[in-house]
Design a protein around this ligand. Structure first.
Ligand SMILES: [Zn+2]
Length: 477
């Protein structure tokens, strides 16, 4: 976030008042439209499950030839992922596009530290990556650095999502016109489609249709989405950049769209229809390198002012924010219903607000903090609970948590304009990263309890951001 940016145009937001009306709670997706199912008891129409995600016990050994493989853990995971994704597309291509599926022509495993193998796209020397090469219709992965780093940090399914994404490019290549892809298609559209295809595949796995893998809809999918955050673009990249892959916010959107609606939806993503919702943007003039504000008393004052303005029409008394404060139920930020205050721990939040050290992060080391917006969102979430209580809404259940995340999203959109505190490049990604942490407050109720599904949490924040606050009371009544 950027503190101090000129005068805010006062645009009143918020229809939180509607939260007070207790509506019916559509939990089971009974209307048959998984996209509309936002109940806390399911993930896009599937039950919330808890088990260890990864290769199924007794999974078959894939019948695939992988050049230069060493047969280690990461090759095992990657090869099974390709076999599995191919099985998925062998079903989906005929069913959705009336087209027979052709497996890719070759697979390559390499170690980016030492190997110099070639694909049709050149040497893999020092290439910490996984990729699809259309020239020789091959998929290659770095088993030396990239895959072990992902696996150790996010578990085995992070390897699978990388390969599912790369295979999505192979599918794109096969679909051609049917996916609207040509030489002039911007990279970010191809990336959105590939993330979306990966989401479609993961639904199939979550529905237990895979012979190789299983994924729980709580911790399993949370880790898959968190690993997409790691391979996001640097803050400040423009969505129009040739190599732009999209922010974590945009990428999780595409993944979830595929999960909810399937591969036809993905193939329908075009430059025109993704443009409106893409959040990726360059730093504003003069902001470069300044995206992170320090978490100081002055910053908290600006935050309070921003929240007061955003929620002024809600019809609730604005909570005060105090260091220390009257309750410490959910440190480092707590909402105290007794005296309508948000109690914060300045030191802890200042630590959380430290910028993410990308280099350390890529090496699998402690990235320091999670960025200023992560800290601001945690405080904003506790403030939003005060507003909800003020209008008579519940604050101690799963829907209250999702409503809170949604309101934080709506507030983030409110700050996305010149004002005392405004959203800067990378901020939304910090909120997403925070949301996917097991102990994040952004989607927690007053007691610190949050829905198990990060899928739901991310969706709630995004809906508030894209659709505004009125959707929060309706969707999470
Ligand atoms: Zn890609």
């Amino acid at each position: 976030m950027i503190p101090g940016g000129g005068r805010r145009a006062l645009v009143a937001l918020l229809a939180v008042a509607a939260v007070a009306v207790s509506g019916c709670n559509d939990k089971g997706g009974a209307n048959g439209d998984p996209a509309k199912d936002t109940g806390a008891g399911s993930v896009s129409g599937l039950p919330v499950t808890h088990f260890e995600s990864g290769l199924k016990p007794g999974a078959p050994s894939p019948d695939l030839n992988v050049r230069n493989a060493d047969g280690g853990e990461d090759d095992k995971l990657a090869t099974a992922a390709i076999a599995d994704v191919q099985a998925y597309w062998a079903e989906m291509l005929p069913a959705n596009f009336g087209q027979q599926f052709e497996p890719v022509k070759s697979l390559l495993s390499y170690d980016a530290q030492t190997d110099t193998e070639e694909t049709g796209c050149g040497s893999v020397k020092k290439l910490v990556n996984a990729f699809y090469c259309p020239v020789d219709d091959s998929v290659a992965w770095d088993r030396g650095v990239l895959l072990p780093m992902l696996r150790q940090r996010f578990g085995p399914m992070s390897v699978v999502v990388v390969l599912a994404h790369e295979f999505g490019h192979a599918v794109q290549y096969r679909l051609g016109d049917k996916a609207g892809v040509s030489k002039s298609t911007p990279t970010v559209v191809k990336e959105q489609q590939a993330d979306c295809f990966a989401g479609g595949y993961f639904r199939w796995v979550a529905e237990d249709k895979s012979k190789f893998y299983r994924v729980s809809t709580s911790e399993g999918l949370n880790q898959v989405m968190a690993s997409m955050f790691l391979i996001r673009d640097q803050a400040g990249t423009s969505a129009a950049d040739k190599g732009a892959h999209g922010t974590a916010f945009d990428r999780t959107y595409a993944f979830q769209a595929g999960f909810e609606k399937g591969p036809k939806e993905c193939a329908g993503m075009t430059a025109e229809n993704v443009k409106a919702r893409l959040t990726e943007r360059p730093f504003d003039k003069g902001d470069k390198g300044k995206g992170d504000a320090k978490f100081t008393a002055q910053a908290v004052e600006l935050l309070k002012k921003s929240l007061d303005e955003a929620f002024q029409r809600a019809g609730a008394t604005a909570p005060e924010i105090t260091d220390g404060g009257s309750c410490q139920t959910t440190p480092p930020a707590s909402y105290c219903p007794g005296d309508n205050t948000v109690s914060i721990d300045m030191a802890k939040l200042a630590q959380l607000a430290q910028p993410i050290d990308r280099e350390a992060e890529m090496k699998g080391q402690d990235p320091g903090g999670m960025g200023d917006f992560a800290a601001f969102s945690e405080v904003a979430s506790r403030y939003a609970l005060g507003i909800q209580k003020g209008v008579g809404a519940s604050i101690d259940n799963a829907n209250a948590g999702l409503r809170t995340a949604c309101l934080v999203g709506a507030w983030a959109a409110f700050t996305n304009r010149p004002g005392d505190l405004r959203l800067s490049a990378g901020d939304l990604d910090e909120a997403i990263a925070d949301l996917l942490q097991p102990e994040s407050l952004v989607s927690a109720d007053v007691n610190g309890k949050r829905p198990d599904s990060g899928f739901d949490r991310v969706e709630a924040l995004r809906r508030g951001y894209l659709e505004g606050s009125s959707v929060c009371s309706k969707a999470y009544a």
